[in-house]
Design a protein around this ligand. Sequence first.
Ligand SMILES: Nc1nc2c(ncn2[C@@H]2O[C@H](COP(=O)(O)OP(=O)(O)OP(=O)(O)O)[C@@H](O)[C@H]2O)c(=O)[nH]1
Length: 345
Amino acid sequence: MDSLLKHMVDMTGHRDHAMLDISVISAVQELAGAAQARIMSIVSVSGQQYLRARASIEKGCEARLEDVVDGGPGEPLAIHPELISCLAEHRSHAEACGADGMRLLWLPIWFGDKASTCLEIRNDQPFCNDAIHTVSGIVGVYRNFQNLLDYSERDSLTGLLNRKTFDDQMKRMLHSAHEQDLRLPGQMERRQLHGTEKQWLAVVDVDHFKAVNDKFGHLYGDEVLILIANLMQTSFRSQDRVFRFGGEEFVVLLRSTTPENAWKIIERFRTNVENHDFPQVGRVTVSVGFVSINAYESPVVTLGHADQALYYAKSSGRNRACHYDDLVSHGVLKKVTSNDIAEFF
Ligand SMILES: Nc1nc2c(ncn2[C@@H]2O[C@H](COP(=O)(O)OP(=O)(O)OP(=O)(O)O)[C@@H](O)[C@H]2O)c(=O)[nH]1
């Protein structure tokens, strides 16, 4: 019981999803006496479902986060028919015996009728009812705590991530960019493999949004914001992150992509908005300013650069995307390094 309480205190002491994942697999591995435990995302890629490990632990070792940057889509769900039926029948857990003779226990984490996370425990012995009961209880605490974390991280109108979460994620992104730059020469291959891939920050602002509110009222204005948030979630990739900063301003962090792809992804979103028929309101457009993220510049400076590109997009006709570095290199904006403000020529 002492051990169970210790794990509960540890799990509920985190304010971060990754650390909560580490805590839950450490708890279930120890309390079920299992050989291995993994926490996995259930993702859909081109209509196929896959399991993608986020963190794992083996008996006698420390739990660790899995690096998903270089991975493929993951492990096809199709190789686990017992888990497929468990998900289809909305059950709390499923058991199977693997080809290597190991026993597998899966516990999907249900939020309403959806499960996008699944816990997997492996052992060389069958799982007894007591162990399944204890692990199910831990999954319940994990689910409730995930819900609380989600609530504090999201904007209540659109469900997108909020400003506070942006600050945390940006810090983490800059930290990992610094770590990559500090790799020893022998560890540089991974960076070189990615060639010109960079991280990007885009600021999105709805054009003439005040006129939407004035003409149709705030309820229709709110609906436009919700629909734009939905278009953002479908236009950007699953590894990108979309935030609402309040009002009609949104921010996107694009992970590891080339300048050409950043343009393509942002343009795809801009035209998706332009072509969308907003109920009652009709046509709505957005302007976008974007910039590559430099590990040696503070988030405030990076945001300032994206904002400068956004203001240029607004002042030069709206319904367009502008790349800060292009504007600087074409002499449209001047980069002032002393006080980190770019000015129009
Ligand atoms: N409906 C709704 N309106 C909001 C919300 N937050 C801010 N607004 C409104 O958004 C409008 C923003 O207007 P402005 O900053 O003048 O900009 P704009 O009309 O979009 O013009 P440009 O950005 O120059 O294209 C204001 O009228 C705010 O009241 C919200 O949560 N819901």
